[in-house]
Design a protein around this ligand. Structure first.
Ligand code: KIV
Ligand code: ZN
Length: 557
């Protein structure tokens, strides 16, 4: 049961004392170094971990996206992990500019096995970690701060002593005080510097100091303070690459990373779509595309995000929720009428601006943070129609999928008709279904009046027409005259007992192209009673299309 007085069980996280913090006034101007931990942190969180071939496929995709640092596993933890690492190296699957990162605890036997897994690799990062927070020290290890430092230092020494075994390889070392964000900053600095004393990084040969938000225990501003504090207080700052590794327990993994970058970090670890322990690791796609939407090249290529999703889902067995930022099926979709209207107008304005883009036309489409086509999504998925949608969405689908450009006033008539039908169906409808509704409502109306034949000829500026009609199944001959075929038709109807009407609006356009292309005509008629109705018809002959459109409207009067 949730407690009435949670303060009796839980307490706020103590803030870092940093009154002159600098990060709130900064802006991000460039992308960090990215490291994918999909194959390690992401993998260890899967109900069914990836097998070797799935890991190989995902590795290849990560390399194609542009990751230059990929944590491939924990080679000392299992045969699968070891074999995977060996296959990457022996089968020369690692691009020259990609560093293989391997994780290991501060235990000599595990470090030994890790080194065996790396023989023959060209560029590697050996990632050592031990946990440092008060709870871990007390509950898990039962060790004092001094003893915890000794664990890290021994690990660092065992690694340092084996480095000659990787002669010829370019080796970088990484240390993580695991559970950093729950650790006293002074102790995190002390233990990190003890590791630095063993590895002796230099500006030319820096080490990575990864400061994980292993479990999010505070708001992202607190993590940013911790990172800024470390950046300002760690010795030989220019010899360490400060790296962020956030999880998402409080749903702020992305925010914590972004604020951590403002606070001075150089590098970011995370996974595609945030797969990882519990609520996940940092969603690297989100941070990269957040930079992109501010005009910063993230250095990662998500131009075909759908294919990446496909590989990710196949390999991990995870699925992307429909509202996952950037990647979810629905994130570029608007159902609501007012949103659709704004998007449609924004997209139209953008299409007009496209030729002027080099003159500084910036993306500014309401409700769309980025152009969906930049990541391989289509405009056609942007506007979808259900009972929440308005005439704008209906018109957009008819136009974008079938080239049917309903006059504005006709949209006002057809929108509610379609909306009632969609409401009755109680589900989303496709563009094809909307077209079928439009056809039923207008184009296929043949009662009470149906046109069987039509002829018009013009002499001395007067057009005479003759039409064969059926009215409720009975044949009727119509003869009329006027200053054009439509005027002649209206005149003819007045003589055969149809309700009196006049033409109030007319427009037409071609549907598709080529000789056989049909035209569509839209006609609004106004009856003597004041009632107005639209009609529409399609024919390869534009004159016949307009005549049929008049009859369609008359049938709806
Ligand atoms: O979340 C974490 O702290 C980790 C470390 C091993 C870096 O995954
Ligand atoms: Zn982690």
């Amino acid at each position: 049961m949730t407690l009435k007085e949670p303060s009796k069980k839980y307490r706020p996280f103590p803030p870092v004392h940093l009154p002159d913090r600098q990060w709130p006034g900064r802006v991000l101007t460039r992308a960090p170094i990215w490291c994918s931990v999909d194959l390690r942190d992401g993998n260890q969180a899967l109900p069914v971990p990836m097998n070797v071939s799935q890991k190989l496929e995902l590795f290849q995709t990560l390399a194609q996206i542009g990751f230059k640092e990929i944590e491939v596993g924990f080679p000392s933890a299992s045969n699968t992990e070891f074999t995977f690492n060996r296959r990457l190296i022996e089968e020369k699957r690692v691009p020259d500019d990609v560093r293989l990162q391997v994780l290991v605890q501060a235990r000599e036997d595990l470090i030994e096995r890790t080194f065996q897994s790396l023989i023959g690799a060209r560029r590697v990062i050996i990632h050592l970690y031990n946990s440092t927070s008060p709870a871990q020290r007390r509950v898990v290890f039962g060790k004092s701060k001094k003893e915890i430092i000794e664990v890290a230092v021994h690990g660092a020494q065992w690694i340092r002593d084996r480095l000659p075994r990787l002669k010829g390889a370019e080796v970088m070392l990484q240390y993580s005080p695991e559970s950093f964000s729950a650790t006293e900053v002074e102790f995190a600095k002390e233990i990190s510097e003890a590791v630095m004393d063993v590895w002796r990084p230099t500006p030319r040969n820096p080490m990575i100091l990864n400061l994980p938000d292993t479990v999010e225990v505070a708001m992202p501003n607190v993590y940013a303070d911790q990172i800024e504090w470390m950046c300002r207080n760690i010795k030989n700052r220019d010899s360490v690459i400060i790296s962020l590794h956030t999880h998402n327990d409080r749903c702020t993994g992305v925010a914590a990373t972004e604020l951590g970058l403002l606070a001075g970090a150089d590098r970011v670890e995370g996974t595609l779509f945030g797969n990882g322990e519990r609520t996940g690791n940092l969603d690297i796609v989100a941070v990269a595309l957040n930079l992109y939407m501010h005009g910063i090249d993230p250095g990662l290529n998500f131009a075909d995000l759908n294919s990446i999703i496909e590989v990710y889902e196949r390999c991990t067995g995870m699925t992307i929720p429909p509202r996952q930022p950037y990647a979810g099926e629905l994130v570029f979709t608007a159902f609501s009428g007012s949103h659709q209207d704004a998007i449609r107008k924004g997209l139209n304005e953008w299409k007009e601006k496209i030729p002027a883009q080099s003159n500084g036309a910036f993306w500014d489409v309401p409700y769309l943070t980025i152009d969906p086509t930049d990541i391989g999504r289509e405009y056609r998925e942007v506007i979808r129609v259900n009972s929440q949608s308005g005439k704008g969405g209906v018109a957009y689908l008819l136009e974008s999928e079938f080239g049917i450009e309903l006059p504005k006033d006709m949209q006002r008539e057809f929108g509610p008709i379609a909306n009632d039908e969609v409401d009755r169906l109680g589900r989303e409808v496709t563009g094809a279904e909307l077209k079928a509704m439009f056809w039923r409502e207008y184009v296929e109306r043949t009662a009470p009046w149906q046109l069987l034949r039509f002829q018009a000829e013009s002499k001395d500026g007067i057009v005479k027409c003759r039409a064969g009609l059926s009215r409720d199944g009975r044949p009727v001959e119509l003869v009329g005259q006027g200053n054009g075929p439509l005027a002649a038709l209206v005149h003819g109807f007045s003589a055969i007992g149809a309700p009196r009407f006049e033409i109030a609006s007319y427009s037409e356009h071609a549907l598709g192209s080529g000789e056989e292309a049909a035209a569509i005509a839209y006609i609004k008629i106004k009856a003597a009673s004041g009632n107005e109705r639209w009609g529409a018809a399609v024919d390869t002959n534009i004159e016949l299309a307009s005549v049929r459109a008049v009859i369609s409207a008359l049938n709806r009067l």
